[in-house]
Design a protein around this ligand. Structure first.
Ligand SMILES: Nc1ncnc2c1ncn2[C@@H]1O[C@H](COP(=O)(O)OP(=O)(O)O)[C@@H](O)[C@H]1O
Ligand SMILES: [Mg+2]
Length: 314
């Protein structure tokens, strides 16, 4: 379905879908509230929908014409809600069913990166904890390693392991989540994130963490000492390379709208893509809005640009 114009959309009911059933419900509610406020300030008729199991009935009852997805994590970012909206013929923002599902499942995303020559840390996949434990002495890369569940977000279940003991404990913890067990080589470097909007790289922000890595506390806890530097103070050629791999990763997965990718930039000048976030946080303090602001795109305009990309995509 074709992308709609600004004036067409101002006569439609825009449903901002937020909350949802995932572990990232609270962040999503904050994203949704910020987006709804911004779209209203531009004159769009907005209805806020807190997504539960009755979402299809709510969309019909509220006569939603277009959905602005402010959801994160399972059911919101993984293709599920996208599939429902496709089936109801309601155009929606962001990536389609397949791209969303691949973005959420790190194992598939990494396979796609590899076929497109997009650098990603060396890895090994295990289907269960016993097989991961059995290979503790046979990993194809040296310690430290990172153990993570393949389908979570917000650093849930992610462990950096320097020793075999730490690895075995991490495998135990990560295996309680859905998906595969993903073990990656730990890449030492600077943590940066690149944003893409409508197939254009917007820029790169550096996340300076006061902790061992960008864990849940560093992401969400006030006072954890995390700092954000925009533009990321990388050498110019490495900055350009991060933009390039973020755009390549966005396109390789077939993403639409806005994405934010996590990248490690090494001292030597290499860059490694960890993942593509297909529905990045959009509170006014989130990183995508910070990067967009650096490019002269204010928050309401960013929300509107994303809305203008609403379409059926399957
Ligand atoms: N291979 C790796 N090398 C170095 N740090 C990593 C690696 N994988 C993950 N991390 C650290 O863990 C964080 C979360 O990992 P990520 O793969 O982005 O999962 P999530 O979906 O939970 O954000 C990253 O932001 C980074 O700080
Ligand atoms: Mg991440």
């Amino acid at each position: 379905m074709s992308v709609q114009s600004q004036s067409e959309l101002k006569n439609k009911r825009v449903g901002v879908l937020m909350g949802g059933l995932s572990a990232e419900r609270d962040v999503s509610l904050r994203t949704g509230a910020a987006v709804a406020r911004a779209l209203r300030s531009l004159g769009y008729p907005v209805v806020e929908i807190d997504v539960g199991k009755d979402v299809a009935a709510r969309l019909m009852a509220e006569k939603v014409d277009v959905a602005w997805l402010a959801l994160h994590g399972r059911y919101g970012e993984d293709g599920c809600i996208q599939g429902l909206l496709e089936s109801m013929f309601i155009p929606y923002t962001g990536s389609g069913v397949l791209a969303s599902a691949m973005g959420m499942e790190k194992v598939y995303a990494k396979k796609i990166f590899s076929t497109h020559a997009i650098p990603t840390p060396p890895y090994k996949i295990f289907t269960d904890a016993p097989s991961a434990r059995a290979e503790v002495d046979a990993l194809p890369f040296p310690f430290p390693v990172v153990v993570k569940p393949s389908r979570e977000g917000s650093s849930v279940g992610v462990h950096v392991c320097k020793t075999k003991e730490a690895y075995l404990a991490a495998v135990e913890d990560a295996s309680q989540y859905a998906g595969f067990l993903l073990v990656e080589q730990f890449i030492k470097g600077r943590e940066v994130q690149g944003a893409v909007l409508d197939d254009e790289a917007l820029g790169v922000i550096e996340v300076v963490v006061a902790r061992e890595f960008y864990d849940q506390e560093a992401k969400y806890k006030a006072g954890s000492g995390t700092q954000y530097l925009f533009p990321a103070p990388l050498p110019a050629d490495q900055y350009a390379r991060v933009n390039e791999v973020c755009l390549a990763a966005h396109k390789a997965l077939g993403c639409k709208g806005a994405t934010r990718s996590d990248v490690i930039a090494t001292e030597k000048g290499d860059v490694f893509v960890l993942e593509v976030n297909t529905l990045p946080g959009m509170t006014e303090a989130s990183l995508l809005p910070k990067i967009a602001a650096g490019r002269g795109i204010d928050f309401p305009t960013l929300c509107e640009r994303i809305l203008l990309g609403a379409a059926l995509k399957a």
